[in-house]
Design a protein around this ligand. Structure first.
Ligand code: F6P
Length: 357
């Protein structure tokens, strides 16, 4: 009998269920005896031994369902070694529950922070396999994470909708797009949605260049401009600050996010009417797009294949259209950024998109 634990950790995204379904279908279909222990609400379930033994039917009909049937939570890595309110050592508790249930392995679907914890559990002797979940597409060791393409569709739809109203009224619109510290989602949705200006954290912007690009469009008779702005976008000036200085400056920010600050500056510099749209968590919701369903199916099957071989300690990623295993120690704690001189940036600039640099 193989006993496998499963959990989804961190911010949710589309295709978590599709990925779990693929792992489960492959295990149930290819092993004589397998039991899957579904831990509830991420690492919390493993810490407090809150699980249920899953049935094959639990994984039926969930390919197209958003969210996660196991629930999720954010359990910050930096607090993992800090005892909880009752003095419980979380890492020891996870190890103990894993051993008590006689698990052979643990499948963790998570993003950056979750990978740090997954690697810690590996170091502590647990058999771990992870799967790259996040709309941010910022995990090291894989070309793509599931959730990313579904989020591109939603963010692109948002820009498409803004286009018609921006054109009717002749306004400047800022669409703020998620992505945490990286610009993958903004870059792709911005290009797909025909944004005129794209601002991402990897290319700090100069506010005067941004204002000049808007004025140039107006001088050419274009009645509106659309800016796709990453939530992590940063000005050249702020990019020069130390982490501490930036934190201090941002703590004094009167605006709820970068888009509002930018909006006020653009209004002042161009005199144009500005509107701001923040699609927010919509970008993580709803059913996965077909591309993600295929990706999840492939990643999940490859993860199950390793489990069947008792080969642990990896994240399953995809590189050049091939599923691949990446040692967890290489993935943990490393972000994958957009390269400012990547071909996609060069090509976007060729068609006239401004990055404010
Ligand atoms: O990591 C996914 C993500 O949606 C980021 O793009 C965003 O910064 C963050 O999560 C929001 O987190 P929360 O759901 O905790 O507000």
């Amino acid at each position: 009998m193989k006993r496998i634990g499963m959990l989804t950790s961190g911010g949710d995204c589309q295709s978590l269920n599709a990925t779990m379904r693929s792992v489960a279908k492959t295990l149930y279909g290819n092993l004589e005896e397998v039991e899957i222990y579904g831990f509830q609400e991420g690492y919390k379930g493993l810490i407090y031994n809150n699980y249920r033994i899953m049935k094959p039917s639990d994984f039926s009909g969930i390919l197209t369902e958003g969210g996660t049937i196991l629930g999720t939570s954010r359990q910050p890595f930096k607090l993992m070694r800090v005892p909880d309110a009752n003095g419980l050592d979380k890492v020891e508790a996870m190890k103990e529950n894993y051993r008590k249930l006689k698990l052979n392995g643990l499948v963790i679907l998570g993003g950056n922070g979750s990978h740090k914890t997954a690697n810690l559990l590996r170091e502590e002797g647990l058999n771990v396999i992870t799967l790259p979940k996040t709309i941010d597409n910022d995990l090291w060791g894989t070309d793509l994470t599931f959730g990313f393409h579904s989020a591109i569709e939603i963010a692109t739809n948002a820009i498409d909708c803004i286009h018609t109203t921006a054109a009717s009224h002749g306004r400047v619109f800022i669409v703020e797009i998620m992505g945490h510290k990286v610009g993958w989602l903004t870059l792709h949705a911005g290009i797909a949605g025909g944004a005129d200006i794209i601002l991402i954290p990897e290319i700090p912007y100069d506010i005067d260049s941004v204002a000049a690009a808007i004025k140039k469009r107006a001088d050419q008779g274009k009645r509106f401009s659309i800016l796709a702005v990453a939530e992590g976008a940063i000005s050249k000036e702020d990019a020069k600050l130390s982490k501490k200085e930036l934190k201090e400056k941002r703590s004094k920010r009167i605006y709820p996010s970068i888009s509002y600050e930018l909006g006020a500056q653009i209004q002042e510099k161009t005199g144009q009417e500005i509107r701001i749209t923040v699609p927010g968590h919509m970008q993580r919701g709803g059913p996965p797009c077909p591309f993600d369903r295929v990706l999840s199916t492939r990643l999940g099957a490859a993860a199950a294949e390793l489990i069947m071989k008792d080969d642990y300690g990896y994240m399953i990623g995809i590189k050049n259209d091939r599923t691949t295993r990446v040692p967890l120690e290489e993935v943990a704690g490393k972000l994958r950024y957009v390269e400012p001189d990547a071909p996609i940036i060069k090509e976007a600039k060729l068609v006239g998109i401004t990055f404010g640099d």
